[in-house]
Write a protein that binds this ligand. Structure first.
Ligand code: AMP
Length: 258
């Protein structure tokens, strides 16, 4: 199913997300997974099938590169990203809060790369509660470390539309050129080996605890991402529909107050 996928509000940060009516069920999801697990590919497939908007904080920070006048916050975030460090929680949370209209959109959303730490997850719960929005599920893709390193070294991304390729597993039809929009493919600066090692360490330390966090809330969907993109998508949709059909889904739980 195709949807407007209008992410201008997400990139500009002006909360310009026009609410519209969608003749379908809208999903509100979080995507988890270490770098290189195939999360970006699944995000594209899921958004195409379910019609929600793909809201990736990584895309947001990378977009600073193409903006004539990125805000100081966006520029600072990008400097952290370039070094392979996580952007500080306060900065990320403030930037997502600025874009709250994207979370209220009737078409639903797929949050990718946020939350990435427990404090971000708590802030996300608070924000969603304020907005009266409930998460339908948190999809966690998992894979052994050796397979991840192999995948990352061959990854290339379209500089124009962000479509992802792999030089051996999923190569473009024309070398270094995007099949979809003919944009030039490049290696992300955060896919350089020394940066990858930093990102893996950051994921283990900061993001893995989120798996337990969302499991406790009854909304975690764990998937071993060791198959073709299409097979993983099918499994994801199956588990998602199962989860959505459960009568008593647990909403995002606000942070316990002392
Ligand atoms: P990604 O495209 O999700 O792999 O993100 C690329 C980089 O952007 C990460 O390595 C971080 O430096 C930064 N980043 C993206 N999202 C977040 C977040 N929620 N918290 C902290 N840093 C983030």
């Amino acid at each position: 199913m195709d949807a407007p996928h209008d992410r201008r509000g997400w990139f500009r940060g002006d909360s310009d997300c026009t609410p519209m009516s969608f003749p379908r069920r809208a999903y509100r999801l979080v995507l988890l997974g270490p770098p290189g697990v195939g999360k970006g590919t699944q995000a594209q497939l899921l958004c195409r099938h379910l019609g929600m908007c793909h809201l990736a904080t990584g895309d947001l920070f990378r977009s600073a590169q193409c903006q004539a006048n990125p805000s100081p916050a966006l520029r600072a975030a990008r400097e952290h990203m370039r070094r392979g460090e996580l952007v500080p929680d306060d900065l990320v949370i403030a930037m997502v809060r600025e874009r709250h209209a994207c979370l209220r959109c009737d078409g639903g959303f797929l949050l990718d790369g946020f939350p990435r730490t427990v404090p971000q997850a708590e802030a996300c719960d608070e924000l969603l509660t304020e907005l009266g929005v409930t998460l339908d599920g948190v999809i966690s893709y998992e894979l052994p470390v050796e397979q991840i390193v192999d995948r990352l070294s061959g990854r290339r991304v379209c500089s124009r539309c962000q479509a992802t390729y792999h030089m051996s597993v999923r190569p473009p039809r024309v070398e270094m050129q995007c099949d979809r929009c003919s944009g030039e493919l490049c290696q992300r600066e955060d896919d350089r080996p020394e940066v990858i090692r930093n990102r893996m360490r950051a994921y283990a330390a900061s993001t893995e605890p989120l798996i337990a966090y969302y499991r406790e809330r009854g909304i975690l969907i764990s998937i071993t991402a060791d198959d073709t993109p299409e097979a993983i998508l099918e499994q994801t949709l199956h588990l998602l529909h199962e989860q959505a059909a459960r009568p008593a889904r647990v909403a995002a739980v606000p942070k316990a107050r002392a």
